[in-house]
Design a protein around this ligand. Structure first.
Ligand code: ATP
Length: 353
């Protein structure tokens, strides 16, 4: 059991509903163990600038239901430099911070590794609406974002039905089509186009045409932002080739806000408490992941490599350098993730008509 007197908690990268629930869980779990907590404002930038406050339990009261992050977030390029890192370490020493929980995406985890190897044990928690961190089945904010998306698409569908229109809806997710696939499935989209799965545009247009001929009046097409520069052009082609009036809607940043759902509140709370447990057990340089419905810890270097492997970003030389047992474990995670994605995508295709 490592001895901690004071830890810091920060949120970094893009914000996500549920981050506050994680901050609350980290704070209350640490205080319960008699360890003080510094709330660090503005991510790693705030760490370098010494923007922080000693948190009492009441500082996290009433935040479990709030979207955004009470700790704010920022992108801090200087943190990637040796000078920036030295500043952050000096601020930790000055404030007697002997461990950190950092909530964010893969950039945040890289920063967490840098802190860990310089003597500030740091644990990452995945917070992003995109669900694009391959080491974990789930990232905080994903469920809330999808519920926002389905609420908005349901509304679009109502008006499509009245006017016999098609609405092509572009949703967030960066390079990952997870939001598009699951919200498309849940809203009965007639087609879903994502960057990482080949899309047969002709077949989709034919499906729309024949459904219209059979009397269908509402057509929702969901496109992931990862399928770049596609949605608007596709909208025009649907109208030209089917004669159905077609509109394009980009949902935009509304997807990032809102009160977190039950799933996000519960998962964020569990991950926050788990992160503190692991930190106090003496673990460092780890990220909290959800794997097959269990909360587990994973080494950050390993998790980042899994992510690159899944996204095809490892060179053959880098792959060859990974010990076989480790590589096979990574491959298993990637295969399971891909299988789940394809199962959802295919279910959406089979069930839309
Ligand atoms: P999101 O997925 O929402 O974009 P993220 O955590 O990946 O979240 P980034 O902007 O990539 O968002 O990273 C957040 C912060 O982490 C950066 O502003 C920077 O301070 C730090 N960071 C990113 N990459 C590194 C790195 N290679 N080394 C150290 N720190 C980093």
């Amino acid at each position: 059991m490592a001895k901690f007197q004071r830890i810091g908690v920060l949120t970094s990268g893009g914000d996500a509903p549920g981050m506050n629930a994680a901050v609350r869980a980290v704070t209350r779990s640490a205080l319960l163990c008699g360890v003080e907590v510094m709330g660090i404002y503005g991510g790693y930038q705030g760490l370098m600038d010494d923007e922080m406050k000693l948190f009492h339990s009441s500082d996290v009261s009433g935040i479990i239901s709030r979207g955004g992050t009470i700790l704010y977030s920022a992108r801090a390029l200087e943190f990637k430099t040796e000078e920036g890192m030295a500043k952050a370490i000096a601020v930790c020493k000055k404030n007697h911070i002997d461990g950190i929980v950092a909530i964010g995406g893969d950039g945040t985890f890289r920063g967490a590794t840098d802190l860990s190897i310089r003597g500030i044990p740091t644990v990452g928690i995945p917070g992003t609406i995109d669900n694009d961190i391959s080491s974990t089945d789930y990232t905080i904010g994903f469920d809330t974002a999808m519920n926002t998306v389905i609420d908005l698409i349901d509304k679009l569908r109502d008006t499509c039905e009245s006017h016999a229109r098609c609405n092509v809806v572009e949703v967030m997710g960066r390079g990952a089509g997870d939001i598009a696939i699951q919200s498309g499935l849940a809203t009965g989209a007639i087609a879903i186009a994502v960057g990482e799965i080949p899309f047969d545009e002709e077949a989709a247009i034919e499906r729309i045409r024949s459904a219209r001929a059979n009397g269908k009046r509402n057509f929702i097409v969901v496109v992931a932002e990862g399928k770049e520069n596609y949605a608007e052009g596709f909208t025009k082609r649907i109208q030209e080739q089917t004669g159905i009036e077609s509109r394009f809607t980009r949902l935009g940043h509304v997807q990032r806000g809102g009160n977190p759902t039950l799933r996000d509140r519960v998962t964020a709370s569990m991950m926050g408490s788990f992160a503190v447990d692991k930190l106090f057990e003496g673990q460092s340089d780890i990220v909290v992941c959800e794997r097959n419905s269990r909360i587990v810890a994973m080494n950050i270097g390993f998790a980042l490599k899994v992510d690159k492997l899944f996204k095809g970003k490892l060179t053959p030389e880098e792959i060859a350098a990974i010990p076989p047992a480790e590589l096979s474990e990574m491959q298993k995670i990637c295969d399971e993730r891909q299988a789940k994605k394809m199962m959802l995508y295919n279910t959406a295709r089979i069930t839309c008509k």
